[in-house]
Ligand binder design. Structure first.
Ligand SMILES: *[C@@H]1O[C@H](CO)[C@@H](O)[C@H](O)[C@H]1NC(C)=O
Length: 240
């Protein structure tokens, strides 16, 4: 018996990265997520990522409490999926189930963005949320235009994915940098990058602490707040 358990332990471990996403579990966890955010629409899930995205945005605009509500729901969703999380947060999973690539991408992108807002970028999100939420609201049009530009570029030249992604990151970043400073500028770029799901397609795409237009500012951030720099550096290192 012990040998069998050991076999499964090793086998299970080696399969860790190729876990399956069990749709019953995902449905159950999505239901919990929606309940936590008082979402009553029965179709606010991967079949309707636009609805889900709209509701999450409305929480974000409520300020830091809204962010915390979203992060709490996301955390429980993550724990609910457990080691299925990565398998479920994959476009292929939904496409093989018959969803459109556009919906699959929008859904996974939304959760990957929340993951950054609440996990990898949480330190930066939480202490700058007032400014972030203000830009989210006042620069809505410009942020949408950044997206449209990206979509048009990809449509016109599909091979330009990585350049279009970098342009999109720069475009989003520039909406935040003037009002919220270099830390949020990095946050906006990295958040956009995560949402684009380009890790395997554009592995060399990365977000520096400071946009290329403003050399030297990175140094001042590191000098002013060394502990922040340390956190950012660790996050960047984990990413590689
Ligand atoms: C959901 O609704 C309940 C009851 O009205 C309220 O107490 C709770 O704070 C709401 N949750 C969120 C995340 O707004």
């Amino acid at each position: 018996m012990r040998k069998i358990l050991l076999f499964f332990a090793i086998f299970g471990f080696s399969l860790g990265s190729s876990q399956l996403c069990i749709s019953k579990t995902l449905t159950f966890c999505q239901y919990g997520f929606n309940q936590n955010l008082n979402i009553t629409s029965a179709t606010a899930d991967w079949t309707n990522p636009g609805t889900l995205s709209f509701i999450i945005r409305s929480y974000y605009l409520q300020g830091i409490d809204g962010l915390l509500s979203v992060c709490n729901a996301r955390q429980q969703f993550d724990q609910c999926l457990g080691d299925q999380y990565d398998a479920c947060m994959s476009r292929l999973n939904f496409i093989t189930d018959g969803e459109s690539p556009a919906d699959a991408t929008a859904y996974v992108s939304l959760f990957k963005t929340m993951e950054f807002d609440c996990d990898g970028g949480f330190i930066q999100s939480s202490r700058n949320w007032g400014c972030i939420a203000a830009v989210l609201q006042t620069h809505d049009q410009q942020l949408n235009d950044c997206r449209k530009q990206y979509d048009a570029e990809i449509l016109k030249t599909p091979s330009s994915l990585c350049q279009a992604s970098a342009d999109f990151e720069t475009c989003v970043r520039s909406q935040y940098s003037a009002t919220c400073g270099p830390e949020v500028s990095w946050w906006a770029c990295e958040r956009t990058r995560r949402g684009l799901l380009i890790d395997s397609d554009c592995p060399s795409d990365s977000c520096s602490l400071v946009a290329q237009e403003a050399p030297g500012s990175a140094k001042s951030v590191f000098q002013r707040e060394p502990e922040v720099a340390h956190v950012i550096r660790s996050i960047l290192e984990q990413k590689d």
